[in-house]
Design a protein around this ligand. Structure first.
Ligand code: A3P
Length: 322
């Protein structure tokens, strides 16, 4: 009886659940934590699936035509959950980490991870570490040179603190942010090799991508705007993907308890969908001098980034954290 059960082919939905379970196990250091996925499942009232809760699994699996490549703690989960509300988008919920950790598994493995799509539907995934992976642009270009890339960027100082807060939640014994941020605090020497700081040198990483992709193929979403005006940022995302503007103000409401926008309850069923508690954590208090020092450190890189992208993200106007 056990063997018979093993030989029974999985239904499409079950297959995705099985793959997701596998991916979850593999995504050790991913920003998609089990906690977050569990929260989302609970919020959705549904099992882990490839796309919007009401979309059945029809069609065939395709390699993605669009990727959310970064940045970690930029608001990548919020963006993915909002865009997958669109009926013409099918996205994998977990982070496949194909172009960094799983590349040797091959393109067929990658395609198999994707949800099924119908003609005209866009297949997507998000893995924020791609943005800072040296080999990623070359590998992605080799797969599809016309792919669309999306990067959610956020004030690098706030991003660093958010990143640190995430690590702290898993390893409470780590040194303070103030200690980790400096190579030599007396000399004011920032430790740019600390990943929480290095990831925020956006200009440096972007240079690598521009060796392979024209700027027109990359959309930069403001992580700050995604919170204060999610519909506005989603309009840009849908235009960029060549989709009708289906996800609009109607889909969001500001949840006071969460302190963030959440997705409204779908018409048919289910609860409203806020992200899990690993998104929107309370940051620890950081010494304002350290914040100012970091802002000074990032300023030239931010300017370079604004110049490269032709967008002013206004991070210089903020008074530090949040
Ligand atoms: P904090 O937890 O530091 O507030 P990512 O999904 O890339 O890891 O990004 C996490 C960040 O997304 C959160 O960082 C939060 O600020 C931001 N965010 C943007 N929109 C959000 C939303 N609707 N709900 C929760 N967090 C959101």
């Amino acid at each position: 009886a056990r063997d018979a059960w093993l030989r029974t082919p999985l239904a499409p939905g079950e297959m995705i659940t099985a793959q997701s379970a596998l991916l979850e196990r593999e995504a050790q250091e991913s920003s998609t934590t089990d906690e977050e996925l569990a929260g989302r499942r609970a919020a959705n009232g549904s099992s882990e699936r490839g796309g919007a809760a009401s979309t059945p699994d029809y069609g065939e699996k395709k390699l993605p035509q669009a990727l959310i490549i970064g940045v970690k703690k930029g608001g990548t989960r919020a963006l993915l959950e909002a865009i997958r509300v669109h009926p013409d988008v099918r996205a994998v919920g977990v982070e496949p980490h194909f172009f960094d950790r799983n590349y040797e598994k091959g393109l067929e493995w990658y395609r198999n991870v994707m949800p099924k799509t119908l003609d005209g539907q866009v297949t997507m995934e998000k893995t924020p570490s791609y943005f800072v992976t040296n080999e990623a642009p070359k590998r992605i270009h080799a797969m599809a040179k016309d792919i669309k890339l999306i990067v959610v960027v956020r004030n690098p100082v706030t991003r660093a603190i958010s990143d640190y807060t995430q690590t702290l939640s898993k390893k409470p014994e780590i040194p303070t942010f103030e200690v980790l941020a400096f190579k030599n605090r007396t000399l004011g020497l920032i430790d740019a090799s600390w990943s929480a700081i290095r990831i925020g040198i956006y200009a440096l990483h972007l240079e690598n991508w521009l060796q392979y992709f024209p700027l027109s193929q990359i959309l930069f979403v403001s992580g700050e705007r995604l919170i204060v005006d999610p519909a506005g940022e989603m309009a840009k995302v849908q235009d960029f993907l060549g989709l009708k503007r289906v996800v609009t103000e109607k889909h969001f409401y500001f949840n006071k308890t969460k302190g963030f926008p959440c997705l409204k309850k779908p018409e048919d069923s289910g609860a409203p969908r806020c992200l899990g508690k690993s998104k929107g954590r309370t940051h620890p208090h950081i010494d304002p001098d350290v914040i100012h020092r970091l802002q000074k450190f990032y300023r030239p890189f931010n300017m370079m980034f604004y110049q490269m992208t032709g967008q002013d993200f206004q991070w210089e106007r903020e008074e530090g954290d949040k």
